[in-house]
Design a protein around this ligand. Structure first.
Ligand code: SAM
Ligand code: SF4
Length: 446
């Protein structure tokens, strides 16, 4: 059989990255090998994001560029999936003429069928139906050669309807995967050399709520903790309202659960949090942070923050800055509010000028950089366990890995250590990484 090549580009979050891995795995079954070169491709897929307007614009401009390959090769098939595809549906074909098919967030499992149909009939296809079952998230994606970490989707969709967010409209209502399926998948990954899994969901704390006799999220973590060969467990994302005491305590009790939590706060102002429909006050959020730090003093805490939400006054913004000074996050992803069609926030008064949003973002990011560097510097001279990922991208002589607290460490080593857990001493802290020195006794390599 002649080799067929798939070129796939992913925009957006980890959920999309993992969806793309699943697409590649599914298409490998019908003979597609992945390539980094669109010139070679028989099939181009764009897995899109529409969380903010900027993400959507990037997709359009990339589709414009990739259209040129179709001029050179009329047999080339181009498809778009993900959130923007779910949002636009058939309208995507009107906007971008050279598309062959559009598939939504619940339709990944139908890819082989759609491609077969395009090849046969050369008609434009759109599949953006929502399903009541989890067809698309149970697809097993074998680890890419040499990788030691893998994503595992444990649920899809979201019921929260935060006022700014399109996710509940584009990924549908919350659905949890049965625990047996998750455990089976992770066992298979561990048998194939995976040492670390990141459990994915928009709100992992509500895992299992709609399952009959299902486990809750803490019980699921404890079960996963028993899987032989697996060394580290991470998860994202946690909703602060649903972060239970039981899960917080799990950071002290479950050895494999890494000391890092991503807990998006979004704003430090109670007025704005109410407008955002987040379901917690800043005092409640801080109490959970205190509790996390009490049970697990070495935990790193990261967050998401939106500036310039409609009606955000200087006072509200200052409350966000004050909250950051009090908490001192290890790092944050911060965004200018981006208006999304159909969301509750679109109807709110008090839209903030772009220039003002930009200024607020810049000040906030400068403050965060200061905190991140301070937090990283606190680790100098400490001993850290690193799971080695392989060669560093920036220097051929260095290896790279992450601490349990999710910080990147680069270090020199003569040995082949990829996939091993080793101990290093942190010798220098930078903003985006740490420098480490392998501890003498490499006897502590697992
Ligand atoms: N489910 C997760 C949560 O609730 O934290 C993450 C969802 S979203 C993929 C990641 C982040 O994008 C959000 O935490 C929020 O900060 C940001 N975001 C979502 N919608 C946005 C919008 N309309 N404008 C700016 N930022 C937005
Ligand atoms: Fe969007 Fe809120 Fe759901 Fe996160 S919890 S995906 S921000 S609606």
């Amino acid at each position: 059989m002649k080799n067929k090549y798939l070129y796939i580009e992913t925009f957006g979050c980890q959920m999309n990255v993992h969806d793309s891995e699943q697409m590649a795995a599914l298409l490998a079954n019908i003979g597609y090998k992945t390539t980094d070169n669109p010139n070679w491709a028989d099939l181009i897929l764009l897995n899109t994001c529409s969380i903010r307007e900027k993400a959507a614009q990037k997709v359009y401009s990339e589709l414009g560029r990739l259209g040129k390959f179709k001029e050179q090769n009329p047999d080339l098939i181009i498809g778009v999936g993900g959130c923007l595809a779910q949002h636009l549906g058939t309208k995507f074909h009107k906007r971008v003429r050279h598309l062959d098919f559009v598939f939504g967030t619940h339709n990944i499992h139908r890819l082989p069928e759609m491609i077969g149909s395009v090849q046969k009939k050369r008609e434009k296809i759109t599949n953006v139906d929502f399903y009541k079952s989890l067809n698309s998230i149970g697809i097993y994606a074998p680890p890419v050669n040499g990788s030691i970490s893998a994503f595992v989707t444990i649920m899809q969709g979201c019921n929260n309807f935060c006022a700014y967010c399109v996710v509940p409209y584009l990924r549908g209502p919350e659905m949890s995967r049965p625990p047996e399926d998750i455990i089976k998948e992770i066992k298979k990954l561990a048998d194939n050399g995976i040492k670390e899994v990141t459990l994915l969901g928009q709100n992992v704390n509500s895992y299992g709520k709609a399952l009959e006799n299902g486990l809750n999220f803490t019980a699921l973590i404890k079960k996963i903790g028993k899987i032989a060969g697996l060394e580290r467990i991470r998860f994202t994302t946690s909703h602060p309202r649903d972060l239970s005491e039981e899960l917080i305590n799990c950071f002290a009790e479950e050895e494999k659960l890494c000391e890092h939590i991503h807990l998006p706060v979004q704003s430090g102002s109670n007025r704005v949090l109410t407008l955002m429909n987040r379901g917690y006050t800043i005092e409640e959020y801080m109490k959970k942070i205190d509790h996390l730090r009490k049970v697990c003093p070495q935990i790193s805490i990261t967050s998401d923050i939106i500036v310039g939400f409609p009606g955000e006054t200087q006072k509200d913004y200052q409350e966000t800055i004050d909250m950051m000074e009090k908490i001192r996050f290890d790092s944050t992803f911060s965004f200018k509010y981006s208006e999304r069609k159909g969301t509750a926030a679109q109807k709110l008064a008090g839209k903030i000028d772009e220039c003002e949003k930009q200024q607020r973002l810049k000040f906030l990011q400068t403050l965060q950089d200061k905190h991140t560097l301070e937090k990283n510097t606190e680790l100098e001279d400490s001993c850290q366990e690193i799971l080695v990922e392989g060669k560093s991208k920036n220097s051929a002589n260095d290896l790279t890995g992450r601490t349990r607290s999710w910080k990147i460490v680069n270090f020199k080593a003569e040995q082949e250590l990829a996939g091993k857990s080793i101990a290093v001493t942190i010798t220098k802290a930078y903003l985006h990484s740490l420098r480490g020195k392998l501890m003498e006794e490499v006897g502590n390599v697992n």
